[in-house]
Design a protein around this ligand. Sequence first.
Ligand SMILES: [Zn+2]
Ligand SMILES: [Zn+2]
Length: 475
Amino acid sequence: MDVHFLTSTRSLLLTALVLLLTTLTVSAQAPPTDPFEIRLKNRRFTPDPGASLSGFGEDPSRREHILLQFNTLPTPEDLAALEENGIRILNYVPNNAVVASVPADFAFDAYTSLRWAGRLVSSDKLSGLVMQRIQEADQQALTLVVEAFNDVGQGELANIVGRAGGEAQTHPSLPPYVQLVTGEADVFLRLAQEDAIAWMVPASDRLIQGDLVYSCPGPLTVYGSIAPFVAHDDGWDGPGMGSASLTYHFVNGTPDIAGSLEEIEVEKSFAEWATYVLLTFTETASAGLTTSLDILWGAGDHGDIFPFDGPGGVLAHAFFPAPPNPETIGGDMHFDEDETWSLTVDFHMFAVALHEAGHSLGLSHSDEPDAVMFAFYGGPLTGLHPDDIAGIRSIYATKTTGPVTRYVALPPMGSDAGNDCTIPATPCATIAHAVSEASSGDTLSIEADTYEEPPSAITKALFFVVTGVGGVIIE
Ligand SMILES: [Zn+2]
Ligand SMILES: [Zn+2]
């Protein structure tokens, strides 16, 4: 088929379609979630009400990291009541629970908001891939990322690692509560029994080589960031694997990238996820809608409880869907304007957007070092890893019919003779609109904004081919 672009009549039809989609939004066909299920990567369980803390408080000088589950989603008052008594709230854990560092005089019965208190077990702290590597190691040394709870200091973590017989590698850019540790399997089994240790995953080559890395704080909720051992969220479709139609809105852009090409990079990241599962994304002119992702670039304090940290460190963050987040912050994506954003090199707009969009859709971090959803940014990317695809297909329905899209960068316009790319007379408003208008087998082209600098990028364009599943994807 030929290239199709919107005429004004088609724009009207499309507007009607968009309105329809924004009112229909999500579909779910699955049993309701157990509201008190604790959802860890390695264990899902619904605790009996009460405190399950045998031997707690025997050493009056010792704090402990425990899980506290509330009767309902905690209110700011519930959290403040705990914090007033020296309890540090560190992370959110679905459903209705937090990780807390509690002093020995913690009294469960003093808080009517609490339903349950209990401990993690050591097997909660070792990722599936780590367990596999431990079994295969046969006395060979492993190098893992060892993550303590985020109130544990660098010196304290180093002492714990040393006591367990591990060798800590100095790394220039890990947060103080994360260390690269080399040791035999039993070192990590000992570390998993330590109260201060939260989670362990294999190290990426980039980490082992000592290259600069940037760590993502994990998906956010208004109750805190999600603990590293927490399973994927149900996604916007609720329990089971359904579909979702989401909208998105650009609150602003970044001056680092000319024109509005940063928006196209974010749209490409949405399309990459939507290649594999039943998700649609439609741009909207309004901020603050439900089932809608508000996207912004901000520096330092930018309006939520998670201020950015200046150049380096955290590059971006994104909020888990609603619930557990309240609307309308669920799914929102924020990029640190103190970073320098780029289409081609660090910090690669598409790579970071692809990772954060995964969180906006409900994915937590992967333990696969080469996955997009690994917690540490590893440089420019072109698309998802099989582990990411398996992850998104565990929460949304696999796309088996309809168009599959794949984006590739094209050589400058004019030198692309030999493929079907043409400059449209009437461009679609967004890439998502063009995709929604396309049929299987269509070949579409999109002309990006033209701009002054750099000259080599003046005619940068994006090209994508729509095929049926199993059809040829041109790269
Ligand atoms: Zn992340
Ligand atoms: Zn933010």
